[in-house]
Design a protein around this ligand. Structure first.
Ligand code: BMA
Length: 919
């Protein structure tokens, strides 16, 4: 009885009106294995893996080699079932639908033993008409088919020609033919992630009963009319009208803060009907636009849309409306072949700085604020049940508890996105091999000012274009655009990840004679279908067919360019692990770099949770097993040895930890050099190349605890790279580099107005905590939104200071105005650190004190220390700075905890490493 009450209480909210009822089927279901040998309770939303773990039938799937041990789970065909009663008279309703917000993936759905539909796409919303099948007491079953077996069968059935790649590289230990199933592509493994092809009901499910008519979806887009300089709002609402007579009524749109109220009469005929409204925003009120982080506020306005229909029927929707324009500018550049490629927001060119987003977990239901084990989350859900049965909680208390659980889910995402903003990023690319993220992700991006480059979910593969596949994709794309297009954060749609490149650079060794077939498939899928739908559904943001692409040039070449990596057009992805990353000449001076990066290992405290003592060496089976990029572990050390000596402690565990640290040093320094090169290239054309207007490194986050290109570890801990990003993405940045024995400093500004600054350049010897030479320029103007040369000196002249040599000295520099520091203090190494002379072992101590919610770490060093790394193990939180070059005796750093901790706990976990302590 109580549980039934919960169902009703929880879901008679949005969508409910006088003539509609909604009943949630979330919560506890039964799950059965193919042959019935296993039967267990499981949560919805959720998946089989999570249910097995919650019932303690399996260990943490991320522990050690469990991804291989539990491969059988994805090869079985599971069944989800549930008995439920309808606590009202269902027969009275004209229409009853069963709505799934997301099913993962291939199922046949049966209600009371009647097949009501099939599913094959995890990115779609499914609605099944169950009017004639639903009863007072019901039994629902979802017969899942293994995604792995389904993909294999679809590939087999595609007899006319092969659609490569067949399987992922062996090092990924994954499953094959993922391109034949509309499911998270990386769930069959990736070069940074495990294979966990989940099965389950991964999003909400409910029954909707209604009479007369029902509001199926509601979406809107603000549009700016340049001619008359006015904002308008296009609102589309789609109804299903069951009444045979037309339904008359009125719609009222109101945005009080903009003193805008719009009323119109409507008439809805029987069937599926879309009401299109065009609302003019009151032009006497100044509309405050939405700006990306670092460029202004993220002002939004509350809007309500009320449909008042015949017979007292009404539907109301509230939403936040944000106003902004976005343009992708591809135009000729003086003294340069090719075209520009940059984004203008509200008419202003903006340098996109940020990273690439991948799914935060293989099991979407497992994401909690600090990625605590599932049972912690379960515990809070359990509380709701206890509360109901034993304490007879009131409805508001229940709602509060439910909100707390929901909140914790949302907080985890918020933490990752907040970390992006805290590192001065303004853009994330939602990469095409993962998922279209949940609503909260985009809501947070709207609120935080993170621009989203949204890929459609196709990656690193060719795809079939048979009728079923295309129909499924069309439904997916239409649904996702309608769900997401009102978010100002999304600034572009992109057809896929790297598929133009895969095709044209012949990654899969297709016969030249077969190429036209694959090109035809490519154009059919991304141009004739996806692009066509985008243009119909959303006229407010650009569409590019692929990333990387040459943009207009690719279009001119029939949608596929011979070389999609052409630096004179569009965006590029760039990876080079072998060349020296300290040498900027190895990087492409491109228009936009949407992927580039280097791998590193996560910290020991993160790895420790999923490994055991025998795993803790760089050469262990475990270290090899977690590395999914062929030769990745070797490449990291190779890159590191170009500039650093490798750790060589007699203690194996110490050496392992020091090696993890060194891979992070290498990664942070490499991505710093590369990003600074892109940022300083924004305003110049050299030999026809340049005007770089975007740098999105690969990749922001991790899906599990393993080596990868990420700057945030699984669990959210900042790697050294993330602390570096906070500096190299700073709005005002001095960038130092050398060319032909001359040292240059460029000043990069992302600001909207010019500012007066001075530049201070200091030379330090490794052997002393006092700078030996220091010079400060006169005040000069740093132009808004530009990069310009600030300082130039031949290296021998720079070294003409206290007998400096390249090996014995290091340069630091910063921008300031009076006593106000305006930029991070940047540095330039004049030689590899393995050759540095005078570096002493630094003894670094810290005195920790609590200051309100934060903790101060007062540091003192005995010597100059490069890459000072403060670590508090598994205590969640971040420092104000880390991985820095300590050239002064003392320095205070703050620690911001993400959950309550104490001075004592921090003191016990604290460990400091710097470059000299690993030798
Ligand atoms: C790019 C991405 C991903 C991959 C990364 C690192 O190709 O699009 O597919 O994980 O490089 O290899």
């Amino acid at each position: 009885m109580c549980l039934r009450l919960l169902l009703l209480l929880a879901l008679c909210s949005a969508g409910c009106s006088a003539a509609a009822l909604s009943l949630s089927l979330r919560g506890s279901w039964r799950i059965r294995s193919g042959n019935g040998s296993l039967e267990l309770p499981g949560k919805v939303p959720g998946c089989v893996h999570s249910a097995l773990f919650q019932q303690r039938l399996i260990q943490d799937p991320y522990y050690r080699f469990n991804n291989l041990k539990y491969r059988w789970i994805a090869l079985d065909n599971w069944t989800y079932s549930k008995k439920f009663e309808i606590p009202f008279d269902i027969s009275k309703w004209q229409k009853v639908n069963l709505v799934f917000e997301g099913i993962d993936t291939v199922t046949e759905v049966l209600l009371n033993n009647v097949s009501i539909g099939k599913t094959d796409n995890m990115f779609r919303r499914y609605s099944f008409d169950i009017t004639h099948v639903i009863k007072a007491v019901n039994f629902i079953e979802l017969h899942f088919q293994s995604a792995v077996i389904y993909a294999r069968n679809r590939s087999k059935a595609h007899t006319c020609y092969k659609v490569p790649p067949k399987c992922p590289p062996p090092v990924q230990e994954g499953e094959c033919h993922v391109n034949f199933i509309r499911k998270e592509q990386c769930s069959f493994s990736w070069d940074w992630g495990p294979s966990f092809p989940t099965q389950g009901i991964w999003k909400d499910v409910r029954i909707e009963a209604y009479d007369i008519c029902h509001l199926d979806y509601f979406t809107f887009s603000p549009m700016y009319d340049n001619n008359i300089q006015e904002w308008n709002l296009k609102i589309d609402s789609s109804f299903h009208v069951v009444s045979s007579k037309p339904v008359l009524g009125q719609v009222v749109v109101s945005i009080p803060e903009l003193q805008t109220q719009w009323t119109d009469s409507i008439e809805l005929q029987h069937g599926k009907r879309t009401v299109k409204l065009f609302v003019k925003i009151n032009k006497n009120i100044t509309v405050k636009t939405w700006w990306p982080h670092g460029h202004g506020n993220q002002t939004g306005y509350n809007m309500t849309v009320l449909f008042k229909l015949d017979g007292g029927l009404s539907f109301e929707r509230s939403a936040k409306v944000y106003f902004r324009t976005v343009e992708l500018i591809e135009e000729p550049i003086e003294k340069s072949p090719g075209l520009s490629f940059y984004f203008k927001i509200n008419g202003l060119p903006i340098f996109l700085k940020g990273s690439n987003w991948i799914p935060a977990d293989s099991f979407q239901d497992r994401v909690t604020p600090a990625l605590l084990p599932m049972n912690v989350k379960l515990f809070s859900r359990q509380w709701i049940i206890y509360c109901l049965f034993f304490f007879k909680c009131s409805a508001p208390l229940l709602a509060g508890l439910a909100a707390a659980v929901q909140h914790s889910w949302a907080n985890w995402l918020r933490l990752l996105l907040q970390s992006a903003v805290d590192a001065n990023m303004n853009t994330l690319r939602v990469w095409g091999g993962g998922i279209y993220e949940q609503d909260e992700f985009y809501e947070f991006c709207d609120e935080l000012g993170i621009m989203v480059w949204q890929d459609f979910m196709f990656a690193c593969a060719l795809y079939p274009t048979d009728r079923d596949f295309l129909n499924s994709v069309r439904a997916e794309v239409t649904y996702q655009i309608r769900r997401l297009k009102s978010h100002p954060s999304i600034i572009t749609w992109s057809g896929n990840n790297e598929n133009e490149a895969a095709l044209m650079m012949n990654w899969y060794n297709v016969q030249p004679s077969d190429l036209p077939t694959y090109i035809n498939d490519y154009v059919t899928l991304y141009v004739k279908n996806i692009r066509k739908i985008v243009l119909t559904e959303d006229q407010t943001r650009p569409f590019i067919t692929s990333s990387p692409t040459n943009g207009a040039k690719s279009i001119a070449e029939g949608w596929v360019s011979k070389n999609p990596y052409d630096t004179n057009f569009g965006d590029v992805h760039f990876y080079d692990y072998g060349s020296d990353c300290w040498n900027w000449k190895n990087f492409p001076k491109a228009r936009f770099v949407s992927e580039y990066g280097y791998q590193s290992w996560p910290s020991f405290s993160t790895l420790e949770k999923v490994s055991s003592g025998e795993d803790w060496s760089y050469e262990s089976k475990f270290s090899l097993h977690r590395q999914h990029h062929a030769s990745g572990n070797y490449e990291m050390l190779q890159q590191a040895t170009l500039h650093f000596k490798l750790p060589r402690s007699a203690d194996q565990l110490r050496t392992f930890k020091d090696t993890l640290y060194l891979t992070q040093v290498m990664q942070a320094q490499c991505v710093k050099t590369e990003t600074e090169f892109y940022r300083r290239s924004r305003s110049e054309i050299v030999d026809g190349k340049g005007q770089t207007m975007g740098a999105l490194y690969w990749q922001l986050n991790d899906i599990w605890q393993a080596p990868s290109w990420s700057s945030l570890e699984y669990g959210g801990k900042w790697k050294m790279l993330h602390y570096f990003a906070r500096h190299f993405f700073a709005p005002l940045l001095p960038v130092g580099f050398e060319d032909e024995d001359v040292f240059f400093i460029y000043g990069v500004s992302d600001l909207h107005s010019d500012c007066m600054v001075t530049l201070t350049v200091r030379v330090h010897t490794w052997s002393s905590l006092k700078p030996v030479c220091s010079e400060t320029t006169k005040l000069f103007v740093m132009k808004a939104g530009e990069s310009a040369l600030l300082y130039k000196k031949p290296v021998p002249k720079l070294l003409n200071c206290n007998k400096c040599t390249r090996q014995s000295c290091v340069v630091t520099f910063y921008l300031s105005a009076g006593s106000q520091l305006l930029s991070p203090t940047n540095y330039h190494f004049l030689s590899s650190l393995k050759k540095a002379k005078g570096l002493h072992k630094a003894n670094i101590t810290a005195i920790i004190s609590q200051q309100g919610n934060t903790f101060a770490f007062a540091l003192e060093t005995s010597a100059v220390a490069p890459f000072v790394w403060l670590d508090v193990g598994g205590i969640p939180g971040r420092f104000s700075d880390n991985g820095f070059l300590m050239t002064e005796k003392t320095r205070t750093v703050s620690f911001y905890p993400w959950k309550p901790t104490s001075k004592r706990e921090l003191e016990q976990s604290f460990h400091v490493t710097s470059l000299t302590s690993i030798y």
